[in-house]
Write a protein that binds this ligand. Structure first.
Ligand SMILES: [Zn+2]
Ligand SMILES: [Zn+2]
Length: 331
């Protein structure tokens, strides 16, 4: 079968053996996979020494092709979306899971799909079936289903900002998303689903314009209770400090190229700011993400640009050059 492989920072499509089902788990015939900003970061920072260990592609949509499971949650032919990491959930023995820091759990960091999302078939194990895989509503397009994992990351960030999906008072809060790439737009849509007033800012007028088409604007007169940083630019922290209200929160949601900026101790102290980060989703965030997509509470129509697997390296280049908003790879 065809599968993507990284060689000297370049994508190659190679022929590898199709995974087989020896133990509990499932073989999924991949329909498509979103290209994530984190895939780009991995490619950029790959070295000849670590490139064999890098697993690209985790925003997977597929059909269950073979399954061996003790539960009957899924059957052959089910259309599903999935993510790649799961925590151990052993609260007694794992300090991270016990603290709710699921994405810091060693099992979470180690676990993955095999061989990677940019492959014709993948193997997922019993825990993936339990925690990471969701049946998707058939009237969504496949590229919409592929937003399960990225939207769940936003859901976690919104929850870490202190918002609950069930809370009816969220509309008294103003939030600002800095960085309006696809994940920034998704954050805005997630905030709207949580009933939080959502505004967006980007240094690119093209991206501001795009956000406006989706109904989100920027109000420079306002101070914001929560500011989400989704831009991979260390200068964005200054913009965040400028617009966050005293006593407010800054949610760090992306890595930056030059990590030299540091945090402004005195400004954070005297203004009583909270700086929180959010990394990857917990299981509860995946569950809510599936609901938001399946019930069309978050609409992700017409966001993705389609490529074929053979054109994955073109998708990567176009994404690096900001020529495309969100790439979705048809397998
Ligand atoms: Zn992702
Ligand atoms: Zn754990």
């Amino acid at each position: 079968m065809k599968s993507a492989k990284l060689k000297n920072k370049k994508i190659e499509i190679v022929d590898v053996p199709k995974p087989t089902l020896k133990d509990f788990g499932a073989i999924i015939k991949v329909i498509g996979c979103g290209l994530c900003g984190s895939d780009l970061v991995k490619i950029k920072h790959s070295t000849p020494q670590n490139e064999d260990k890098i697993v690209l592609g985790h925003e997977v949509v597929g059909i269950i092709d073979e399954i061996k499971s003790s539960e009957n949650k899924f059957k052959k032919g089910d259309v599903v979306a999935l993510s790649h990491h799961y925590p151990c959930m052993d609260k007694k023995n794992c300090q991270y899971c016990n603290n709710g820091s699921y994405s810091m759990c060693p099992t979470f960091k180690k676990s993955n799909i095999y061989p990677n999302g940019f492959s014709e078939y993948i193997f997922v194990n019993q825990n993936h079936l339990k925690y990471n895989i969701y049946k998707m509503n058939k009237d969504l397009s496949y590229d919409q289903m592929a937003f399960l994992e990225p939207l769940s990351c936003c859901v976690r960030a919104i929850r870490r900002a202190g918002f609950s999906y069930e809370d009816k008072n969220n509309s008294t809060h103003n939030s600002l998303v800095i960085g309006l790439g696809s994940i920034g737009l998704l954050m805005l849509k997630g905030l709207k689903a949580f009933n939080v007033n959502a505004f967006g800012f980007d240094i690119s007028s093209k991206r501001m314009q795009n956000a406006l088409i989706h109904g989100f604007c920027f109000d420079e007169e306002k101070k914001y209770d929560v500011v989400f940083l989704t831009a991979g630019n260390s200068k964005a922290i200054d913009t965040a400090l400028n617009y966050v209200i005293d006593g407010g929160k800054i949610i760090v949601f992306s890595s930056v190229e030059n990590d030299f900026a540091g945090f402004k101790n005195n400004e954070i102290y005297y203004r009583e700011l909270s700086v929180i980060s959010s990394y990857s989703p917990a299981i509860a965030d995946l569950e809510l993400s599936a609901k938001l997509l399946n019930e069309k509470i978050v609409d992700v129509k017409n966001i993705s640009t389609h490529y074929t697997l053979d054109n994955l390296s073109q998708a990567v280049n176009d994404s690096f050059n900001n020529d495309v908003f969100k790439a979705y790879i048809e397998i």
